[in-house]
Write a protein that binds this ligand. Structure first.
Ligand SMILES: [Mn+2]
Length: 322
């Protein structure tokens, strides 16, 4: 229970709450909820992230609720005390050096064995759900902005309740709906594309290659993580496709987003297998991500697109067999 975390925090100073790098609405809303709850209990903490808040819609959420979240290097002093939210120690998506990571609250499967004083990992649709359950169990009053932010985070991470949804997400949905501001929620949900995003959609649509029910595409320029995810979600909305894989080229590497609606094709496992030896990747059965440093990709863009296509087709058949 969160009561235990509050108790531990009362005896610590230099507290930090760190989201995964390049935080999305779910990570930010959960961090905001925890930060607020600590504050209501007289505990000061800094809410931080490494990287950028790289989508206009996510930035708008931060300013709409005045969320006190700050960019950070990930370098902690030895006595800094850190809580991971929407991520865990050594997950590959959170840069941390030094400090004492003593707690985590997350909804992703645990990859490595780590010691914590407090650990709340619950494989639900969103970290927003995990945080909302903490409020409910604690019987804490939830401020309207926190409820609205969590509801937005929950809807974004579950793609409007269409993926990875568990009973708890539904319970929390009803709890949050009663407390959220419908006007603010609508504002966040209606304007989440900017003109520049359409350019990426256009190129991704032009570059789609379809092999049976698998769609692969690439965008030859830098897209924020959230936009690459939006592109693979969009591809999955095409009736003929059950698996979507999107690559986006950045200055230092290639970012990937992968989706699967096939129960026998685990997107996380497939991505991990496909990138073995050249990059890192993984995630949930229905959605996953990955990254390949550019130094590991040879030849022209067409050549590496071909290589990735081959790697993913091989991984696809491997996960089907198992
Ligand atoms: Mn999340």
């Amino acid at each position: 229970m969160l009561e235990k975390l509050l108790e531990i925090c009362k005896h610590k100073s230099n507290l930090y709450i760190q989201t995964h790098d390049f935080p999305d609405p779910d990570a930010i809303s959960a961090g905001f909820a925890l930060h607020t709850l600590l504050k209501l209990n007289g505990i000061d903490a800094k809410l931080v992230y490494v990287g950028k808040i790289d989508r206009v819609s996510t930035e708008r959420m931060v300013s709409l609720f005045n969320i006190p979240i700050f960019p950070f290097s990930g370098d902690y002093a030895a006595d800094d005390q850190v809580i991971c939210i929407d991520t865990q120690k050594n997950m590959g998506n959170v840069l941390q050096k030094g400090g004492n990571v003593f707690a985590c609250i997350d909804h992703h499967p645990t990859k490595t064995k780590e010691e914590y004083e407090y650990m709340q990992v619950n494989l639900l649709g969103a970290c927003a759900t995990v945080m909302a359950l903490e409020y409910m169990e604690l019987g804490a009053e939830m401020p309207q902005d926190v409820a609205t932010a969590l509801l937005y985070g929950l809807k974004m991470d579950t793609l409007q309740f269409s993926r990875g949804v568990k009973d708890e997400d539904i319970t929390v949905f009803s709890y949050l709906l009663k407390r959220a501001d419908p006007e603010k929620l609508r504002f966040l949900e209606t304007s989440n594309l900017i003109m520049n995003d359409l350019r990426a959609f256009g190129v991704a649509i032009e570059n789609i290659k379809v092999i049976s029910d698998i769609g692969l595409s690439y965008v030859p320029f830098d897209c924020p993580d959230g936009l690459v995810s939006a592109l693979s979600d969009f591809m999955l909305s095409i009736d003929e496709l059950s698996v979507a894989i999107v690559f986006s080229q950045r200055a230092q590497g290639i970012k990937l987003s992968v989706r699967s609606i096939l129960p026998y094709v685990d997107a996380g496992t497939m991505t991990r297998l496909a990138l073995e030896g050249i990059g890192s990747g993984g995630g949930h059965p229905s959605f996953a991500g990955g990254y390949i440093p550019l130094a590991n990709m040879q030849g022209t863009q067409d050549q590496w697109f071909d290589e990735l296509k081959t790697r993913f087709m091989k991984a696809y058949h491997e996960v089907m067999v198992n």
